[in-house]
Design a protein around this ligand. Structure first.
Ligand code: PHE
Length: 343
């Protein structure tokens, strides 16, 4: 019955070519199904004499069993092998949108402040974040035994040579030391803004961070008066917070300015009527300022008889919180994407 062997060989060859379960499964119908190849062999049995019919019938049956087994075997080895998709690229699936980064709200605010003063003729300048106690305090007329110079408020940098030097290194606690660097390196007329990081040993809470940002301003020339200071800050406040914004100067004290003032702007939320954000007063404090103290000019070797100047220092996070309606300063350093993506 070599013809059956031929059938088997042909089948196995075809089965070998089946690359997916579906193809192997189809061979079962094509060969063993009701109209399959083996059906013809069974039909022909009827024409044979009884003895031969028995033998051939069994042989055909064995063949069927062998083919079924071969198919099952093949299916097992193909399982897990999926048919290749018709087109591996589905051009109808919406694309993955790239997420764009953006400027941090604190830096965006700092840029905005700097830009407003640039339009008023102030040039950006930068001072070091590591200062000496001279620049951070003494040159600004703050005695080294002043409470602000205490290690309690200031990050002094550990330095084994500290005792052998006249001034210790520290992280600047305000941007005001940059005033002195600028006055030492250029002659009046001077108009600069100094944005940058400052450091204080304040524990973080809703309105304090140990690292935050300020924007310093300094103008020194012949005949600069407090009226110039008021005019510049009134314009800057309107640019920063909106045309309806009013400014209010309250007498204050800083060792490096005389007279000194703190400046409030009309509350952005209530427009001055009084609300929880401004504690009912209608005003919110945004900066400290004053006329540069004559002793500070002397330290910088600028003649206080000829020149006068004003200076101010603005808290950048403070301004950003007001402008953006951020209730807690710590959001700026948590940097949650949902927070940052708002602006
Ligand atoms: N340096 C002061 C502070 O950090 C602010 C200030 C700057 C006040 C310039 C007057 C003039 O509080």
């Amino acid at each position: 019955m070599s013809d059956l062997d031929d059938v088997k060989a042909e089948f196995l060859k075809t089965l070998d070519g089946a690359k997916a379960a579906g193809e192997a499964e189809k061979l079962r119908t094509d060969w063993l199904g009701r109209t399959g190849r083996l059906r013809k062999l069974t039909e022909d049995l009827g024409k044979l004499p009884v003895e031969q019919k028995k033998l051939r019938g069994k042989a055909i049956n064995d063949l069927k069993v062998a083919l079924e087994a071969a198919i099952d075997e093949r299916l097992k080895s193909l399982s897990g092998v999926k048919a290749a998709p018709v087109d591996p690229i589905d051009v109808t699936i919406p694309g993955a949108r790239p997420r764009y980064g953006r400027r941090h709200p604190v830096y965006a605010t700092m840029d905005e402040i700097r830009h407003i003063f640039e339009k008023l003729g102030f040039e950006a300048a930068y001072g070091p974040e590591i200062e000496t106690a001279y620049y951070n305090f003494e040159a600004l007329n703050i005695p080294l035994d002043h409470p602000a110079a205490e290690p309690f408020d200031t990050y002094y940098l550990d330095d084994p040579d500290a005792a052998s030097r006249p001034y210790r290194y520290l992280l600047r606690s305000h941007t005001s030391p940059a005033q002195m660097h600028v006055m030492e390196s250029r002659k009046p007329p001077i108009r600069v803004v100094v944005p940058g990081k400052v450091f204080r040993t304040d524990p973080a809470d809703a309105s304090h961070l140990p690292v935050f940002h300020q924007c310093e301003g300094l103008m020194v020339d012949e005949g600069v008066t407090f009226a110039d200071l008021k005019g510049v800050l009134a314009i800057a406040a309107k640019e920063l917070f909106g045309a309806k914004t009013e400014t209010r100067f309250r007498p204050s004290y800083f060792p490096f300015t005389e007279p000194s003032a703190e400046v409030d702007v009309t509350c952005l939320l209530c427009g001055g009527g009084g609300c929880p954000a401004c504690k009912g007063s209608g005003w919110i404090e945004i900066l400290g300022c004053g006329m540069v103290h004559p002793r500070v000019l002397e330290y910088a070797k600028i003649d206080p008889a000829k020149y006068t100047g004003f200076a101010f220092g603005m808290g950048v996070e403070r301004v950003a919180m007001l402008k953006l309606g951020v209730p807690d300063i710590r959001h700026f350093i948590r940097n949650h994407p949902l927070f940052l993506r708002q602006w």
